[in-house]
Write a protein that binds this ligand. Structure first.
Ligand code: GTP
Length: 451
């Protein structure tokens, strides 16, 4: 920050009363703000218009402004001088002890005021120095405000009780809440989505109340009810004695980034046609199931499922119709299992179903799996109604198609197998199901030479 000018000050006094001007000049000399023998140190203008012109010509360091002039009175005088000379500090001279008038003058852009006839050279000197410092601080403050208003990130300033004192326009753009609507509310009351646990917020409070900054990515709710993802950074503002005065929260809308991350994740781990987990995600789930089975001794089951005679459907009606059947089969499979199980598309017309956390008893687990496998076989064999699309040669119509599946099953614990062998065993059993005439469930354990 600039310090006060070291050179003697140049002062403009806008004052219609020669007696008052004489007093001002005497006080200025006594105050030591300018050289004692400098007759030009205080420039005199008797009316506002003259004062405005004099300020333009001489660029004074400070303007002493009487509020009651022949060509202007009251706040109009302050407004006129302030707009003509925005960067020059103004000390208003009021005629009587009118604090309302003085306050209004400060609001209108003056930096300080003096009551005429009630100040000496010390008070004048102090007022002038104060006004010079204050205008510098005000200009820095204005600059910061312009910057805060211009940034793309939302900014919220709260008091120590988390009640909003100020928000910037980016916050309004992000949440839909204007400054007026936000003031006095707690941020959580405006944007909490209900998506995060109590412990999430407890962690936040614990951190910021201990004087530390807190960062998180979270889902919030706009005024119109829609949701957005934000990256949030909260910093406590701490006084010299260590108590918290404010919190400053800076938030960035990361909805787009989250969406892109989600798309990339979906492409990496999910089949684009059926939206089922792909091989890579299946392997993750399978390895996790094996690891947990090693700890808790629960059996898992893996079904390798291949649709029977799927190729002719493609050959007769085209891949678009074949795709519809694959999507419908995926829906049916998902409906047959629990939330914790995995239905994955392994490739082509092959699916894998992983049943996790069965019982600790092999035969019980095998019976359970058999029931589910039969249910799947049954559900998949129900007719499919597939719709041809208008661009095909035939007008759009519905095709009723029948399709069955051959299912190979392996039941295992984490102690007895690896992910690879579990898949191989189920695949081998599925191959047997095909060999034995299709539309069958075959367990790996029932093969003559199970692996
Ligand atoms: N519509 C469609 N077809 C696919 C897709 N991926 C693979 N296919 C087809 O699925 C068929 C798989 O056929 P197979 O499993 O070899 O033979 P199948 O006719 O089902 O006979 P079996 O399995 O022996 O009962 C092939 O015609 C592939 O072209 C896909 O994403 N969409």
């Amino acid at each position: 920050m600039n310090t006060l000018p070291l050179k003697p000050l140049s002062i403009l006094a806008v004052e219609d009363d020669p007696g008052d001007f004489g007093l001002i000049r005497a006080h200025v000399r006594l105050s030591g703000l300018c050289a004692k023998d400098d007759k030009e140190a205080v420039i005199w203008a008797k009316i506002l218009a003259g004062g405005v012109v004099a300020a333009q010509k001489s660029h004074p360091d400070i303007i002493l402004l009487d509020l009651s002039l022949p060509d202007s009175a009251g706040m109009d005088t302050v407004h006129a001088m302030r707009s003509a000379h925005p960067g020059t500090p103004i000390v208003v001279l009021t005629g009587h002890d009118d604090y309302d008038l003085a306050n209004a003058a400060l609001q209108a852009g003056a930096q300080d005021y003096l009551v005429k006839g009630h100040f000496d050279h010390n008070a004048l000197g102090r007022a002038i120095r104060y006004a010079l410092v204050r205008i510098q601080l005000e200009s820095r403050l204005r600059l910061s405000e312009v910057a805060l208003n211009a940034v793309a990130n939302g900014i919220v300033i709260t008091d120590q009780h988390a009640q909003i004192e100020w928000v910037n326009p980016a916050f309004t753009r992000l949440t839909g809440y204007t400054l007026e609507e936000a003031i006095g509310n707690k941020p959580g009351d405006l944007v909490k989505s209900g998506h995060h646990s109590e412990s999430f917020y407890q962690d936040m409070w614990q951190t910021i109340l201990s004087g530390q900054a807190w960062n998180a990515e979270m889902l919030n709710r706009r005024k119109d009810g829609s949701h957005y993802d934000e990256s949030l950074h909260i910093t406590p503002v701490i006084s010299e004695n260590g108590s918290i005065l404010h919190f400053v929260a800076i938030m960035q809308d990361i909805t787009e980034r989250k969406r892109t991350d989600e798309t990339i994740r979906n492409l990496a781990f999910y089949d684009t046609l059926t939206k089922l987990p792909n091989r890579r995600l299946l392997n993750e789930h399978l390895n996790r199931a094996i690891a947990s089975s090693r700890r808790n001794n629960h059996y898992n089951a893996l079904m390798f499922l291949d649709l029977d005679n799927f190729k002719p459907l493609n050959d007769t009606y085209g891949h678009v119709i074949g795709d519809q059947l694959l999507v419908e089969a995926a829906h049916r499979l998902k409906a047959c299992v629990r939330e914790i199980d995995t239905v994955a598309r392994f490739g082509g017309d092959e699916f894998i179903i992983l049943l996790s956390e069965l019982t600790e008893n092999e035969s019980e687990s095998t019976i359970q799996t058999g029931i589910i496998a039969e249910k799947i076989r049954d559900i998949l064999s129900a007719p499919y109604f597939l719709k041809t699309t208008p661009h095909q040669i035939m007008p759009p119509h519905s095709i009723e198609h029948h399709c069955t599946a051959s299912i190979g099953v392996s039941v295992f614990t984490g102690h007895s197998t690896t992910a690879e062998t579990a898949i191989l065993q189920a695949d081998k059993a599925m191959y047997q199901a095909k060999e034995r005439g299709r539309n069958l469930v075959v367990f790996n354990q029932d093969l003559h030479d199970p692996d």
